[in-house]
Design a binder for this molecule. Structure first.
Ligand code: PHE
Length: 466
């Protein structure tokens, strides 16, 4: 049975899905801490600079690659020019590796919202645990429980993707994203009314030039760029795929501005929820899983009887952020597999393909799930824990390298006029041609080389930038 690949019903649906992809764990546990420890507001300025140099332009280019061809990355690049096909493979491979750790983390978020939910009624369980660090370590070392939550997370992904573009992804994200936004506002209001929360705001926002000393600013620029890129879901096949489901009526320029701006606003808001909460309870802030699952749980446990409710709210919103990101990546892999069937002239069934993709991803996640963030004694590829190993392949190498290729392809191969033609389809305006030209010819390739070096530097601690 063959069906059409599908399309978003409205531009709002497209924006919710794409912002859903962008807003994820990167916003919640990456951005606030990186901003706080890398110069505060000064980091933010460099983040915006990188956004202007390469974020907006790679975003619009991915939209255009998808929409002009109506295909997922591999076939999309092939259609543009068979020489470019390899870049499509990079993107889909990045998606496969990203999912191989992201879903395990998605499972963690489910465990935490479920446990906090139970505590609302029992006032016990996770809420009464004295040592949240021990609790987290016990959980991640319990392979059966981690795999169970991983499986649940993947089944929800599968159900949404089986529903198709409009009936599954759009329907889910148009409800989930506004809900996430409202929950975030409630959490921010609660947190900002706690005594001592102001110190958290100044941790995050106060410009601090220490990080910029010597060659430090180059490091900060690399970190800001890497964070921005990951946060926008670029270079991982997801945005091209969503672009391929967008109607020609809609403006690419407008969408390429709205999505990054919305993502940045949510990242700032996440910082306003998370950092002040740590400071109000005198808990040393951190980044990554430690922040989310140890520090913040401690905050809720210290909050008194309303703790489990706010804990549930926060972990549920993190779960939504994670799942709206993972479906975009899983959909990209499914869509690429559908293209491959169509190319061979074979019929396809979305549900079957989605099930196969999810099963394969489940298997790829097993090492991550059983590795307990490197603490379980599994063999470590290249000396990395499994999560970091997959992340190195996806976020460290394939994402920036593929995007560097895309920037060069648009700047020098297809030319900005190709982009203009796609943007002007059905009478939309292509504003800022000079800006886009400068981006694709110079700024974006430069920034991408920089981000690539920064990623390699941070994964291998090479000290390239001093
Ligand atoms: N943007 C997501 C986040 O911030 C991660 C992601 C990357 C999702 C690439 C899809 C594709 O967590």
């Amino acid at each position: 049975m063959s069906e059409s690949k599908g399309q978003f019903n409205s531009n709002f649906g497209f924006i919710m899905a794409t912002v859903g992809s962008a807003v994820g764990l990167g916003n919640l546990w990456g951005f606030p801490y990186k901003m706080g420890t890398n110069g505060g507001f000064a980091f933010f300025i460099l983040y915006l600079l990188m956004l202007c140099m390469t974020g907006f332009s790679v975003m619009i280019a991915e939209f255009a690659v998808g929409r002009s061809t109506g295909k997922a990355p591999i076939e999309a690049y092939r259609e543009l020019n068979s020489k470019y096909t390899i870049v499509g493979y990079f993107a889909v491979a990045a998606a496969v590796f990203l999912l191989a750790f992201y879903c395990t983390l998605g499972g963690y978020t489910m465990k935490y919202f479920v446990e906090n939910f139970i505590s609302i009624f029992t006032h016990g369980g996770i809420y009464s645990t004295g040592d949240t660090s021990q609790y987290f370590s016990d959980f991640i070392n319990n392979g059966g429980s981690v795999v169970l939550y991983l499986a649940l997370f993947m089944i929800i992904n599968l159900i949404i993707i089986m529903g198709g573009v409009a009936g599954g992804i759009e329907k889910f994200t148009t409800v989930a994203m506004p809900a996430l936004f409202i929950m975030l506002i409630i959490v921010i209001i609660k947190v900002l009314t706690l005594d001592g929360s102001g110190a958290g705001l100044s941790f995050m926002f106060k410009p601090n030039m220490e990080a910029f000393q010597g060659t430090g600013w180059i490091n900060v620029l690399g970190r800001a760029g890497g964070q921005m890129f990951f946060s926008l879901s670029l270079g991982m096949a997801a945005i091209i795929t969503y672009g391929s489901y967008l109607s020609k009526k809609e403006s690419l320029v407008k969408n390429a501005v709205i999505v990054p701006v919305a993502d940045t606003i949510v990242a700032l808001m996440a910082g306003m929820a998370v950092m002040p909460a740590c400071f109000a309870f005198n808990i040393e802030p951190s980044g990554g899983p430690g922040l989310l699952f140890i520090t913040l749980q401690q905050v809720f446990n210290d909050m008194g009887s309303v703790g489990p409710f706010f804990g549930f709210l926060l972990y549920f919103l993190v779960f939504i952020a994670a799942i709206t990101s993972s479906i975009s990546v899983a959909e990209a892999v499914v869509s690429a597999a559908i293209d491959a069937r169509i190319k061979k002239g074979k019929s396809y069934n979305r549900k079957t393909i989605a099930s196969i993709v999810i099963c394969i991803e489940f298997l790829l996640n097993l090492p991550t799930a059983l590795d307990a963030l490197g603490g379980a004694g599994l063999p470590q590829p290249l000396g990395f824990c499994w999560l970091d190993f997959y992340d190195l392949l996806a976020e460290g190498l394939l994402m920036p390298f593929g995007s560097l290729c895309l920037a060069i392809i648009v700047g020098y191969g297809l030319k900005v006029e190709w982009l203009q033609e796609e943007c002007e389809a059905e009478g939309n305006k292509f504003s800022g041609k000079g800006y886009w030209k400068a981006c694709f010819k110079v700024l974006s390739p430069l920034a991408m080389v920089f981000i690539l070096l920064g990623q390699i530097d941070s994964f291998f601690s090479l000290g390239i930038f001093g």
